[in-house]
Design a protein around this ligand. Structure first.
Ligand code: FES
Ligand code: FES
Length: 157
């Protein structure tokens, strides 16, 4: 099978690969680049566990083909830390107990990050709407919403 050359950035680092034409971004991230923060839940675009940022926008990486991201900038959960400091959303998830099994967490945080990048003072309704298609089977969502809200309220001060 003919492989496709693709070049893009992941967490600020340039990546040059040859991939199968139908390889998904989720496979590339997890299996080639060993960035396993994005999880494979449904593999069908329904759960949000595989969410990463593509040029700043949340996408379901199980639905994106790697050849489609030529020239793009991808951010995964591994890229959120600044040095040794966790991102404020990561800290808030820990402080608010918004993580149980953790399977949904990277997708939730990246979805919330995209919202707060656009709307730093997002209110509760906007937060709920933004994460509404990310499924969490453990937390009941309340603590996740509170964690994101705590960060947006800090931005509003
Ligand atoms: S694994 Fe991609 S949306 Fe569920
Ligand atoms: S913490 Fe388990 S799925 Fe959300």
């Amino acid at each position: 099978m003919e492989l496709v050359k693709v070049r893009f950035k992941v967490n600020g680092e340039e990546v040059n690969l040859e991939v199968k034409p139908y390889e998904t971004l989720l496979e590339t991230l997890r299996e080639r680049l060993e960035l396993t923060g994005a999880k494979e839940g449904c593999g069908l675009g329904a759960c949000g566990a595989c969410t990463v940022l593509l040029n700043g926008k949340p996408v379901r990486s199980c639905l994106v083909l790697t050849p489609e991201v030529e020239g793009a900038e991808i951010t995964t959960i591994e890229g959120l830390k600044e040095g040794e400091r966790l991102h404020p959303l990561q800290e808030a998830f820990i402080q608010h107990g918004a993580v149980q099994c953790g399977f949904c967490t990277s997708g939730m945080i990246l979805t919330a990050k995209a919202l707060l990048d656009r709307k730093p003072k997002a209110d509760r309704a906007q937060i709920v709407r933004s994460i509404s298609s990310n499924i969490c089977r453990c937390t009941g969502y309340k603590k996740i919403i509170e964690a994101v809200e705590a960060v947006s309220q800090r931005m509003a001060e």
